[in-house]
Design a protein around this ligand. Structure first.
Ligand code: ATP
Length: 355
């Protein structure tokens, strides 16, 4: 089904009061995929989502849903549903009445409504809660009601606007798994908007990183994490050490760079760089390998910070007055603040980007 385009942005721009907040975006979203618009506050991701639902009009360009040009179609006539950040449940209606509201408005057959309600309640694991009111539910249960209310309409696309952000961390983690499970089971296209990179990485088939009204990079979570195309993306997704490097030589896709006071590294790249060009070098903390024992041909540094993190502990290591590196370790018992360490790199994952 991957080839079936369900939502298409065709050179879409949007201005508010002469300020261009979406800048000529073209994007195809495929049937059945979970795509996330990820970016910092104010980058334009909600505006982009609202142009799918029709709650926001485009300034130029076109929006298609299931091959139909919906650019000027009223929001109520578009086959999409939105789940808002605050869930927007009706406080005076029971769970069941909230979930079936849309179908009742459409005057669906009551028997059919009953059947579909049972199905979605089972799907979101809310059996036994049918007659409760929203105020009698936890945040996670309210979230499930909102999802059920959206999916019962069988929309072509479900739009989720920061839908997990009001939940506490533990609930958020379990709802990430739930959302993904529900999405895969139903095969409905989910467009999810968030500024939280962990949510995007854990749930999405593809992520569109939005920065200042443009898509800075589009790809699978691992593509984006392993091969960021810009410094902004590298910095926004996961944690990164970003240091200057100088090109020593390049032979085909083998690039030799000098970083951190003439330390030589050899990396792979598909880009062509010039000799002596200054580049930005992206090194993930897990690729900064440290040892308390003397290593030859290693960088020497001193631990200045120890941030315990359960599975992974993060250390900040001072190399000199201008440079520090973050390293993620699993053998934290060997280290403490003030200790000298020797550093090498997992070079195959290091990325060089043009400045
Ligand atoms: P956040 O994560 O903070 O919600 P966002 O990436 O979703 O941010 P948008 O809500 O899409 O950002 O807003 C993009 C830009 O457009 C912002 O600079 C915002 O101030 C502006 N904007 C959004 N809606 C309007 C409006 N109705 N009138 C004027 N400016 C607006």
């Amino acid at each position: 089904m991957k080839d079936n385009v369900i939502v298409r942005f065709d050179n879409v721009s949007k201005s508010f009061n002469n300020t261009n907040v979406i800048k000529d975006i073209s994007l195809d979203i495929y049937e059945g995929e979970f795509i996330t618009f990820l970016g910092p506050s104010g980058c334009g991701k909600t505006t982009l989502l609202r142009m799918v639902s029709g709650l926001e009009k485009v300034s130029s360009g076109k929006v298609f849903i299931d091959n139909k040009d919906v650019t000027n179609v009223d929001p109520t006539k578009r086959e999409v549903n939105t789940i808002f950040q605050n869930f927007a449940l009706f406080p005076k209606m029971t769970v069941k009445d909230n979930i079936t509201f849309g179908l009742r408005m459409k005057k669906e057959n009551p028997k059919e409504i009953e059947k579909r309600c049972k199905e979605v309640i089972k799907l979101v694991k809310l059996e036994g809660f049918e007659n409760r009111y929203p105020s009698e539910l936890s945040g996670g249960q309210q979230q499930r009601v909102a999802i059920a209310r959206g999916v019962i309409m069988n929309p072509k696309v479900l739009l989720l606007d920061e839908s997990l952000c009001s939940l506490d961390l533990k609930l958020k983690k379990s709802m990430q798994v739930e959302l993904k499970r529900i999405q895969k089971k139903l095969g409905i296209t989910f467009i999810y908007v968030t500024h939280a990179q962990d949510e995007a990485l854990s749930m999405s088939d593809r992520i569109a990183i939005i920065n200042n009204g443009v898509i800075e990079q589009l790809g699978t979570p691992s593509d984006i994490y392993i091969s960021p195309k810009t410094v902004f993306v590298a910095d926004f997704i996961g944690e990164a050490n970003i240091v200057d490097g100088k090109v020593i030589s390049q032979k085909d896709d083998n690039l030799t760079l000098s970083i951190l006071n003439n330390y030589k590294i050899n990396i792979k790249t598909s880009e062509v760089f010039k000799k002596d060009e200054i580049v930005k070098v992206i090194i993930r903390p897990e690729d900064v390998k440290i040892s308390p024992n003397t290593l030859t041909n290693a960088i020497n540094g001193k631990i200045t910070d120890f941030i315990y993190g359960g599975e992974n502990t993060k250390l900040i290591i001072k190399i000199d007055d201008n440079n520090s590196l973050k390293s993620s370790v699993t053998d934290e018992e060997r280290y403490s603040v003030g200790k000298n360490v020797y550093i090498k790199f997992e070079e195959k994952y290091i990325v060089a980007l043009r400045k």
